[in-house]
Design a binder for this molecule. Structure first.
Ligand SMILES: [Zn+2]
Length: 229
């Protein structure tokens, strides 16, 4: 009888201990989810000033100038900038604003072109963010879903000196452009202060003609990142 009571007590304790650990685990998960949600929300200090929003519009317009797939009115583009800025990034939101080029026949092609618009606005937003850091360069971040630009991954490029990824890989010229601003490209630009957290030296740098390498010291000379920290 005593043994039975002993086992009941042991079993009860075991249940209590496992419930305690389960509770701690759930608590950790909840904190993690909360942190993730906080990250995706726009914080007030990240809001763009009206003149910065205007700059995003102007840079987007400039980057879309040679787009073979989409034409959009200034008002339509301003609306689209707001879609991206307020993180409501569904390309369907912008489709009614776009005049698609006639060669885009089916919905899938049109959807890809609308995504091109969203990615272009994101690139313009990255340019404005770069300018806030007083460092007019970016890291080309290759997205594995982009078929053509794996060779561009980690390359540092100046915003007013777009590269031609095709010429750099001995393919047919499609223009000089920034990541995300051409059909089928899901790559994105990252500011230098952000990029140096993930890319290690020696860095690839596009000097206006070819890709050369930069040491950390040379990169700091280029942009004076350390002083601003
Ligand atoms: Zn790409």
């Amino acid at each position: 009888m005593e043994i039975v009571i002993f086992y009941i007590i042991v079993a009860g304790l075991a249940i209590l201990i496992s419930m305690f650990f389960l509770y701690q685990l759930k608590k950790k998960e909840r904190i993690k989810i909360d942190e993730q949600q906080q990250k995706t929300e726009i914080k007030p200090e990240e809001c763009l000033e009206p003149e910065e929003e205007e700059l995003v519009f102007l840079y987007s317009k400039e980057m879309l100038r040679n787009s073979a797939n989409i034409k959009i009115s200034d008002d339509g583009l301003k609306k689209a900038v707001k879609f991206v800025f307020y993180k409501n990034e569904s390309s369907e939101n912008c489709e009614e604003e776009i005049i698609f080029a006639p060669h885009l026949k089916n919905d899938e092609e049109k959807k890809a072109a609308a995504t091109e618009l969203i990615n272009t606005i994101s690139a313009a937003l990255a340019r404005v963010n770069s300018e806030k850091t007083q460092c007019p360069y970016y890291f080309w971040n290759w997205a594995p879903s982009c078929k053509d630009h794996s060779h561009m991954h980690g390359t540092i490029i100046k915003w007013d000196c777009a590269a031609s990824p095709e010429l750099l890989s001995q393919k047919s010229f499609r223009g000089n452009y920034h990541p995300g601003t051409i059909y089928g490209c899901y790559c994105f630009a990252q500011t230098l202060p952000e990029g140096i957290k993930s890319f290690k030296p020696p860095y690839n740098y596009y000097d206006g003609k070819k890709i050369v390498t930069l040491s950390k010291k040379e990169l700091n000379k280029l942009c004076n990142i350390q002083k601003r920290k």
